[in-house]
Design a protein around this ligand. Structure first.
Ligand code: HAM
Length: 439
C-alpha cells in the first residue's frame, strides 16, 4: 500500500524503542541544571515574526534565510521559533519577572525550526536544551553557566569535546572593530556573496560566519575582535577565564568565534567535537547584555546557551556511550484460557499500582508467541497462568535471564510474594557479583 505522505524533509521521528535515550539525557539536563538553580520555562512554538527579526537580528542567516514564517488567517505574520532565547526573553519581559528578584534562571526544552539544507546533524526541526540567566553582568555568572554545560557533558560521559571561548565585546569596542572589518572586506568587494555585500554596510561581523566557502576563506584573514576589546570587556573576559581555571574547566580561546546570532555581547562560547562530521558544534551560547532592551525592556544583562539534543545523541552513539533503559518490563504474564486472562488482568493492575511495569497478552496469541514477545520486550520476569495455576492459586515466576524459578501465591499475598521474590533475586545476584570480585 502506498503511503499518502511521508515525514517532511529535515524532520525526524523518535520511535518508542529509542525514546528512552532522549528521556535519559533530558533527565540529566534537568538534574544538573537544577543544581545550579535553573527552573523550567515553557513558551509557545510560534511567536510574532518581529520578535525574532529584532531579537535574533535582521542581518543573520537565521532571519534572512531560514525562518518558517507565515501569515495567519487573521493577517498576522508569525514564525516557528528558530531558537529558544528570544521567546524566553519575551516571556520574562511580559511577566515582569525581574520584579520577583534577580537573577532569573530559566531552563527549557524546545523544538526549533530552521529552513537549512539538511545533512548529518543539521535538521529543519531539531531540539534544544537551553539555560538563560537574566540580571547579572558578573563574570562569575558566565563561568558558572559554562560549568553547568560542562557538568551535563561530564554526567553523560562525553569525551573529546572542546570548549572554545571568545569575547566579542560591547557596542563601544564593537564600533571600532566594525570599522576595521569594513575596511578589510571592502578590499574583497568583488568576491563576496550578495548577502555579505549587503552585510558590509549593516553588520560586517556577520560576514565572519557566512557559510559560503569563498567568504569564509576571505574571513580567515580578517582582523580579530580580541585586538579591539575595551578595558572593561578585556577585564571581564580575563575574569571569566580565571573562574574557569579555578573550576578546573579546560578551554581554548578562539578569537574567530563570533556566533551566528546578533544579540551576543562579551563572552561567547561553543562546545565542539570532531566525531560527528561538519556539524560538530554541540552547544553554543554567550552573554547578551542588550537583548532585553532591544525587546523594549530596561537594561538587564543576560546570558545563556543551548545544546542540540540530536547532535548530542549522535556524539554519544559515535563514542559508544551506553544509555540505560529504565523503561524495562518487570513482569510479563502469559496466559492460557479466558479465566487466566481475567486473572492476569487483575494481577497486572495490582503490580502497576505499586509502580511496576507489567504486560500481559492483549492480542490473543498462543503461549509460544506470548513468550517470544516477552523475550522481545526484554521482560525481566515471566509467569505463565493456566487452569492448573488458577486451581492451585500458585504460579511460577521465572527470571528470564538466569532461568531461576520462584513460586508465588496468586491470592492477596501476590504483591508481597512478588516483591520478596524480586528482592531476594537481586540480593543473591549481588552476592554472586561480590564473590566474583573477592576471588
Ligand atoms: P545556536 O548556535 O544557533 O544557538 O544553536 C545551539 C545549538 O543547537 C547548536 O550548537 C546545535 O547543537 C543545535 N542546532 C542548531 N541548528 C541546528 C540544526 N539545524 N539541526 C540540528 N541542531 C542544530 C542558539 O540557538 C542560541 N539561542 C543559544 C543561546 C541561548 N545563546 C544564548 N542563550
Amino acid at each position: 500500500m502506498a503511503l499518502i505522505t511521508k515525514k517532511i524533509k529535515g524532520t525526524e521521528d523518535v520511535l518508542p524503542k529509542e525514546s528512552y535515550r532522549w528521556q535519559f539525557i533530558e533527565n540529566v539536563m534537568r538534574e544538573e541544571s537544577g543544581k545550579f538553580g535553573f527552573k523550567e520555562i515553557r513558551t509557545p512554538v510560534f511567536e510574532h515574526t518581529e520578535l525574532f527579526a529584532r531579537g535574533v537580528g535582521q542581518t543573520t542567516d537565521v532571519v534572512q534565510k531560514e525562518m518558517y514564517t507565515f501569515d495567519t488567517k487573521g493577517g498576522e505574520s508569525v514564525t516557528l521559533r528558530p531558537e529558544g532565547t528570544a521567546g524566553a526573553a519575551r516571556a520574562v519581559l511580559e511577566h515582569a519577572l525581574e520584579n520577583e528578584g534577580l537573577p532569573i534562571k530559566a531552563s527549557y526544552f524546545v523544538s526549533c525550526y530552521r529552513y537549512e539544507k539538511p545533512q548529518a546533524g543539521r535538521l529543519r526541526e531539531f531540539h534544544q536544551f537551553g539555560l538563560e540567566e537574566y540580571g547579572t553582568q558578573s563574570p562569575v555568572a558566565d563561568a558558572e553557566l559554562i560549568c553547568a554545560a560542562q557538568s551535563i557533558f561530564d554526567r553523560l560521559q562525553i569525551q573529546q569535546l572542546r570548549l572554545e571561548i571568545n569575547s566579542i565585546g560591547c557596542p563601544e569596542c564593537r564600533a571600532e572593530y566594525h570599522k576595521a572589518l569594513k575596511e578589510y572586506f571592502e578590499g574583497y568587494k568583488d568576491e563576496l556573496c550578495d548577502t555579505c555585500l549587503s552585510r558590509l554596510e549593516k553588520n560586517p561581523m556577520r560576514i565572519l560566519d557566512c557559510k559560503s566557502p569563498i567568504c569564509s576563506k576571505i574571513a580567515e584573514g580578517a582582523p580579530k575582535i580580541t585586538d579591539y576589546l575595551c578595558e572593561e570587556c578585556e577585564e571581564h573576559f580575563k575574569s571569566v577565564q580565571r573562574y574557569l581555571d579555578s573550576a578546573g574547566v579546560k578551554y581554548t580561546v578562539n578569537p574567530t568565534i563570533v556566533r551566528g546570532l546578533d544579540y551576543y555581547t562579551k563572552t561567547v562560547f561553543e562546545f565542539v567535537t570532531d566525531c560527528i562530521g561538519a556539524q560538530g558544534t554541540v552547544c553554543g551560547g554567550g552573554r547578551y547584555d542588550g537583548l532585553i532592551e532591544e525587546l523594549g525592556g530596561k537594561h538587564l544583562p543576560s546570558l545563556g546557551f543551548a545544546m542540540g539534543l540530536e547532535r548530542l545523541l549522535m556524539v554519544m552513539d559515535k563514542q559508544g556511550i551506553e544509555i540505560p533503559d529504565f523503561s524495562e518490563c518487570n513482569l510479563y504474564i502469559a496466559t492460557m484460557g479466558e479465566s487466566a486472562k481475567e486473572k492476569a488482568f487483575e494481577l497486572a493492575m495490582t503490580l502497576r499500582e505499586s509502580s511496576m511495569t507489567v504486560e500481559t497478552d492483549v492480542v490473543g496469541r498462543g503461549l509460544r508467541a506470548q513468550m517470544k514477545y516477552a523475550d522481545k520486550i526484554g521482560a525481566k520476569y515471566s509467569m505463565v497462568l493456566g487452569d492448573n495455576e488458577l486451581e492451585q492459586k500458585k504460579a511460577v515466576i521465572k527470571n528470564m535471564n538466569s532461568g531461576k524459578q520462584t513460586t508465588v501465591r496468586l491470592d492477596e499475598n501476590f504483591l508481597e510474594d512478588f516483591i520478596i521474590m524480586e528482592t531476594t533475586d537481586e540480593d543473591s545476584s549481588d552476592i554472586a557479583l561480590g564473590l566474583q570480585k573477592d576471588e
